[in-house]
Each structure stands twice: as C-alpha cells, then as structure tokens.
Design a protein around this ligand. Structure first.
Ligand SMILES: [Zn+2]
Length: 217
C-alpha cells in the first residue's frame, strides 16, 4: 500500500490493523471532503447537530475549491499557508480543529495537501483521522488549526513541548516526533507557525520551543 510507505515502517502494523478493523481497504477519499455524517455519528460525541456538521463540511468543501487547495505548491510552507488562509476562518467560526497532511512528490517536484481531517473537536484531532487522509508522495508535514480562542489545548502555541529530543509529551510536538514530520499550526489570531522537526532532531538537546517560527515573518 502506498499509504504505508508514506507513514514510515514502524507504524505499519498500527496502520494495517486500523484499516482492517475499519474496512477502509481500497476506499477512496474525495478532495476537500471531511468525513461523512455517518462516520461522525459513529465515532464522535454528539455535541454538534447534523445541520452544523453539514454546514462545516459544505464550508470546507467550498473553500477547498475556491482556493485551489487541490492543486500543487512550490514549497511545504506555501501549502500550509494556503490551507491556513482558506480553512482557519472556518475553524475559528465553528470552534473545531481542522488539519491536513502535506506530501512531497519528487516526480513533479511539488507539495500537495491531503483531504481535510477533523475529529469535530475543539482541542484535538485524532491520529487516526490523519491516517485516513492519503497524501501524494511522501508525507513531510502536517498542518492544523486551533479553532477559536479558549477552545484549543493551548490556543496560540503548539501543545506537547519537550526539553530535548529524547522527551515526549504527546500533543502537537509529539505528533511530529512520532511520524518524523514538520508541524504547522494556524492560530486563533490568524498566525501560522512552523515546528522544524529536522532541526530539532539534529540539535538533540535544545528544547522544542526553540524550533518554532512564524511563517511569512
Ligand atoms: Zn495543536
């Protein structure tokens, strides 16, 4: 499976068991689409009405095509910026985190966004929801929003910071560590931040906070 190669060898068993358990083998996702209403009501607490879910899905889908998020990007950060510009306002309006994977395809020397992912939650996106969204080429990063002020785990900051490369606190930084990819976060104030995973890995003993930069500044 292309998907398994993207994710790196060590998560193979987890990914394989997830796909078998959920009978998703061979199923295709559609660009710009969030999980169906059916998926939502089977997986998540029913704190949003079906009407609200339909509005969120419609808004994401429209923004996706209007902003050409299904196209290619010259750099990883341009892909993250385009996602942030188009999707962060929706995330803020509805108070839920929305994310996507970013992949690099050598053949076209370009970056691509996966489908949007969400767990319809104010403070997190489930790992399995990222696994659901396939990406073109190799996954190099993930991008996510923090929704509205007061909704996220740590609104303007990445969650899960650690003192050095050997530490692990889960959260946003933990997600980068687990999958060995860069992280991008669009904040409630409309800023976009990057966590440089490779710089952090090379430095070994410098705190993860030192590897956060604001994109476009
Ligand atoms: Zn986060």
């Amino acid at each position: 499976m292309l998907f398994v190669q993207e994710m790196g060898g060590f998560v193979f068993h987890w990914v394989a068991s997830f796909f078998i358990a959920n009978k998703l083998v061979g199923e295709k996702t559609q660009k710009g689409r969030l999980h169906s209403l059916k998926d939502f009501y089977e997986k998540y607490p029913k704190h949003l009405s079906k009407g609200e879910i339909q509005k969120i899905r419609g808004a994401v889908q429209s923004a996706w095509f209007e902003n050409k998020l299904d196209g290619s990007f010259k750099s990883e950060s341009l892909a993250a910026q385009a996602f942030s510009d188009a999707i962060n306002p929706i995330s803020i309006e509805y108070g839920i985190e929305i994310g996507a994977n970013i992949g690099y395809e050598a053949l076209s020397n370009a970056y691509f966004l996966s489908d949007a992912v969400t767990s319809y939650s104010a403070d997190s996106i489930d790992y399995q929801d990222y696994a659901f969204a396939r990406v073109v080429g190799n996954r190099t990063a993930y991008v996510h929003t923090h929704g509205s002020p007061g909704g996220g785990y740590d609104d303007e900051h990445f969650s899960g910071h650690v003192q050095n490369f050997e530490g692990w606190n889960g959260g946003d930084i933990g997600f980068s560590q687990k999958f060995q990819i860069n992280g991008y976060m669009a904040s409630p104030s409309g800023r976009l931040y990057k966590f440089d995973y490779n710089g952090f890995k090379l430095a070994k003993s410098i705190p993860s906070r030192e590897f956060i930069t604001e994109v476009g500044r």
